[in-house]
Design a protein around this ligand. Structure first.
Ligand SMILES: [Zn+2]
Length: 368
C-alpha cells in the first residue's frame, strides 16, 4: 500500500514530455550514483532538445540488476514516467539497496513520440519492433491483407472502420488478425506497427545505457518495460515471450503472481509475440546472465478503440493537418487513450504500478 496520501501522487502525471523529463531528472539527480542525458538527433521543440534520460542507483558492479524503462511507445510515457518518478521518491523511504545490486531507470526511450503524442518515433518506427539482431525483419505477409484498411491514404474522417475491422476479423479469424496486425511488420513504412529497416538511434542509446550499468560479475537481470493501452481499464498484466516451461517464466510467476504474468508462447492466451521487442535486446546484451524480461501493461480502453485512435493519428500525421481543430482532437484522443485523465485511473496506476516496482526491487534483489 502507498505510504503517503495517494492523492498527492497525481502530480506525477505531467502535462507534457518536457515536464515529465525535467521532474524525473531533478528527482533522480538528488540520489542517483550516476545520471546521463542522451539527446536524439531530431529537431528541438521551442529550443529544447529531446533526450533519453537514465539514472542509476546502487553498486558500481552489480551482481543483480533491475532495469525499469518507460516511453518506448512515446505517448504511453505519461504513466511510465509517473510511476518512475514515484519510485525515485519512494526510494528514500525504502531500505538501502543491497551492496551487490543496481537499479537502472531509463526515461522516455522514445522522446519524439512522447513529445508529439505518437506511439512511434521520428521515422514512424515502432521501437518495440526494432530490437532485431539483424535487418531486414521477418516477413509478415498477413499484414498486407489489412494494410488498405489500417492505413488509408487520405486525411482522417468518419468511415466504417470498426465495422470493416469486425468483418475482416470474421473472414480471417480474430486471433490470426490480431497477430498479423500487431506482431510487427517491415514492409509498409507509413503503416502501423512498422519496425523499420535499420536499428534506430533510441535503441542504440538504450543498449549503451545497459552496457554502462552492466559489469563482468552481473549474474541476474530483471527488466520491466512500462506500457499502457492493453488490458482491463486500470489493471495490469506482465507480458513476456518467455517459453512456457522455462525457469525464467516460472520465476516471474513466483515473484509477481501466476495470474499476473502471461506469456505469448502458449495457445491459452490472446496475447501475441512481437518481433524485435526490447526484451530481446536485454537478453542479447546480458547473454551471460539469467534475464527476466517483462512488459508491464496498464489497461485503458478497448483494443478496437485503441486501434482506431492509432489509425486516425497515423492518417493525420501523413495526410492531415496537426495544427487544426480536427488534428488537435485526434492528438487529445491519443493522449487520453494512453493516459486517461480520470483521477481514479491515475491513482490505480500509481498504486498498482508502485506495488509491482517494489516487488521487482525486492524479488530482483532477492530481498523478499
Ligand atoms: Zn506499448
Amino acid at each position: 500500500m502507498p505510504s503517503r496520501n495517494a492523492e498527492n501522487g497525481l502530480h506525477y502525471f505531467a502535462a507534457d514530455y518536457f515536464a515529465a523529463r525535467d521532474r524525473f531528472s531533478q528527482l533522480a539527480a538528488r540520489q542517483a550514483a550516476w545520471t546521463q542525458r542522451c539527446p536524439i538527433q531530431t529537431p528541438s521543440i521551442g529550443g529544447k532538445e529531446l533526450t533519453i534520460d537514465a539514472a542509476y542507483f546502487g553498486a558500481p558492479s552489480p551482481a543483480r540488476l533491475v532495469i525499469i524503462s518507460s516511453g518506448i511507445h512515446g505517448a504511453e510515457g505519461f504513466a511510465g514516467s509517473a510511476v518512475q518518478q514515484q519510485l525515485v521518491t519512494d526510494l528514500r523511504a525504502m531500505p538501502p539497496l543491497p551492496s551487490s545490486c543496481g537499479l537502472l531507470l531509463i526515461h522516455a526511450i522514445n522522446p519524439y513520440g512522447f513529445a508529439h503524442l505518437r506511439r512511434v518515433n521520428e521515422n514512424n518506427v515502432d521501437l518495440n519492433r526494432n530490437c532485431l539482431a539483424r535487418f531486414p525483419g521477418p516477413a509478415n505477409s498477413a499484414y498486407g491483407t489489412f494494410d488498405p484498411l489500417l492505413n488509408p491514404t487520405s486525411s482522417p474522417g468518419r468511415d466504417l472502420f470498426k465495422a470493416k475491422l469486425v468483418w475482416a476479423g470474421i473472414r480471417h479469424g480474430m486471433r490470426a488478425g490480431k497477430r498479423a496486425i500487431a506482431s510487427g511488420q517491415y514492409a509498409f513504412a507509413k503503416g502501423l506497427f512498422y519496425g523499420g529497416t535499420k536499428r534506430q538511434e533510441s535503441i542504440t542509446i538504450f543498449e549503451q545505457l545497459l552496457r554502462r550499468a552492466s559489469a563482468e560479475n552481473t549474474k541476474q537481470v530483471l527488466h520491466i518495460d512500462l506500457h499502457t493501452g492493453l488490458g482491463r481499464y486500470g489493471h495490469y498484466k506482465l507480458l513476456t515471450d518467455l517459453p512456457e516451461e522455462s525457469h525464467e517464466l516460472q520465476q516471474l510467476q513466483k515473484w509477481f503472481g501466476a495470474d499476473k504474468v502471461i506469456t505469448s508462447q502458449t495457445k491459452k492466451t490472446s496475447t501475441y509475440p512481437a518481433f524485435g521487442d526490447i526484451g530481446e535486446l536485454t537478453q542479447a546484451v546480458f547473454n551471460h546472465c539469467r534475464v527476466y524480461p517483462a512488459t508491464l501493461e496498464f489497461g485503458t480502453y478497448s483494443l478496437w478503440h485503441t486501434l482506431a485512435v492509432l489509425r486516425a493519428e497515423n492518417r493525420l500525421h501523413y495526410y492531415g493537418t496537426v495544427d487544426s481543430a480536427a488534428g488537435r482532437k485526434i492528438k487529445a484522443d491519443c493522449q487520453e487513450t494512453f493516459c486517461p485523465a480520470d483521477p481514479k485511473w491515475r491513482l490505480a496506476i500509481l498504486e498498482r504500478g508502485g506495488k509491482v516496482l517494489r516487488q521487482a526491487i525486492d524479488r530482483g534483489f532477492n530481498r523478499a
